[in-house]
Design a binder for this molecule. Structure first.
Ligand SMILES: NC(=O)c1ccc[n+]([C@@H]2O[C@H](COP(=O)([O-])OP(=O)(O)OC[C@H]3O[C@@H](n4cnc5c(N)ncnc54)[C@H](O)[C@@H]3O)[C@@H](O)[C@H]2O)c1
Length: 334
């Protein structure tokens, strides 16, 4: 399989390493900055370089493309590729908003190309261990999830609304949202109430958000996102699940079940360290890309695909509308 990369930044390099480990043919790269794409092409021994997505997709040099550019480019680059039948794995957030995400989904459905959204925590060993243990917890009544950076936040395009769409909620909160959806078997959101603000920097995007999400299965989730916060109650994608029978948690990853005498029986995920040496290890992205390639080869629709990415964007759009109006926003699904 010949794979290409849109974007030559931080996460593209991780995806390119994953592609190398999988033995794929790293065949093309697109970036508007010549030095940056030349450097990337040299590092990964990529023969074809383009300065524009249309040049890449019409050249016929790739079967699949990883879109890992600023969020404003996710929809146009993905649509340009899938319209040509090129399979795409697009980084999170899927798009700037749900309207764009819907257009991406429709373009992929129309052409038959595979479209996956890189919600990476679905491929994490801790998260998968917790998901396997979920039946023991009983119906989940409430959850709390985190997407927070302490004493740090990104700069550049991440903090510009026109390029990123939103701030910490779109960047980090989406990990918490997608992780809890995955653990709960992808329930649809019914309503979202949110408070969103900018308190830690001088930019036009959010760096603080709290969401209350009501799901169709009756569970209620709290999601917290932020950059530059003085404290966090868990690292990226940390999730707490309060069931009728027991409690489950990722990072630290464990379940806690009550004994007959009301003492706690704690079961931890064997061999999983907390904190990890690297919270987001290369292996997470290797597993994710391997799944994308498997889906293409076997003609399977990926999960997380366009449908999951779109729901996450609807939740973010609803959160923004809620914060603006002060009201809970009901979400309708076509
Ligand atoms: N899943 C994860 O763990 C994870 C981690 C980091 C970033 N991301 C996501 O990946 C995406 C990229 O983030 P990043 O941290 O790599 O950002 P980055 O700033 O390091 O890289 C962005 C790249 O896009 C390039 N670019 C800008 N305009 C372009 C154009 N017109 N054509 C082609 N390339 C262009 C930039 O030159 C740069 O190489 C974002 O959507 C981000 O949310 C996901």
């Amino acid at each position: 399989m010949r794979i290409g990369f849109a974007g030559t930044g931080y996460i593209s390099r991780i995806h390119a390493q994953a592609a190398q480990s999988l033995g794929l043919t790293l065949n093309a790269v697109v970036n508007h900055r010549p030095e940056s794409r030349a450097d990337f092409a040299q590092q990964f021994n990529i023969p074809h370089q383009y300065d524009d997505i249309n040049a890449l997709v019409s050249a016929g040099t790739v079967d699949a493309l990883v879109v890992a550019t600023p969020n404003v480019l996710h929809a146009p680059q993905t649509i340009a590729a899938v319209q040509r039948g090129i399979h795409v794995m697009v980084e999170k957030p899927m798009a700037m908003n749900a309207l764009e995400a819907l257009a991406m989904q429709q373009a992929a459905t129309h052409s038959g190309a595979t479209l996956m959204v890189a919600h990476c925590w679905r491929f994490d060993a801790d998260i998968l261990w917790l998901k396997q243990r979920m039946p023991e917890l009983g119906p989940i009544i409430r959850t709390t999830g985190y997407g927070i950076h302490t004493h740090w936040g990104p700069s550049g395009w991440f903090t510009q609304k026109t390029l990123a769409g939103g701030g910490a909620l779109a960047d980090m909160g989406i990990h918490a949202i997608d992780t809890v959806r995955f653990l709960l078997d992808d329930p649809l959101p019914v309503s979202v109430y949110a408070k969103i603000g900018t308190h830690y920097g001088n930019y036009d995007v959010d760096d603080t958000a709290i969401l209350l999400i009501e799901w169709a299965n009756g569970t209620t989730s709290v999601v917290e996102s932020g950059w530059w916060h003085p404290h966090m109650d868990g690292p990226e994608a940390a999730t707490k699940l309060y069931g009728t029978h027991g409690f489950g948690q990722a990072f630290p990853t464990r379940i806690i079940m009550p004994n007959a005498d009301r003492s706690d029986v704690v079961t931890t995920a064997a061999g999983f360290a907390f904190p990890r040496p690297t919270h987001c290890p290369q292996s997470l992205y290797d597993t994710q890309l391997a799944y994308f390639v498997d889906c293409i080869r076997q003609g399977i629709s990926p999960i997380p695909g366009a449908a999951e990415g779109l729901v996450n964007m609807r939740i973010i759009d609803a959160a923004v509308a809620s914060a603006q109006s002060g009201q809970a926003i009901r979400i309708t699904h076509a």
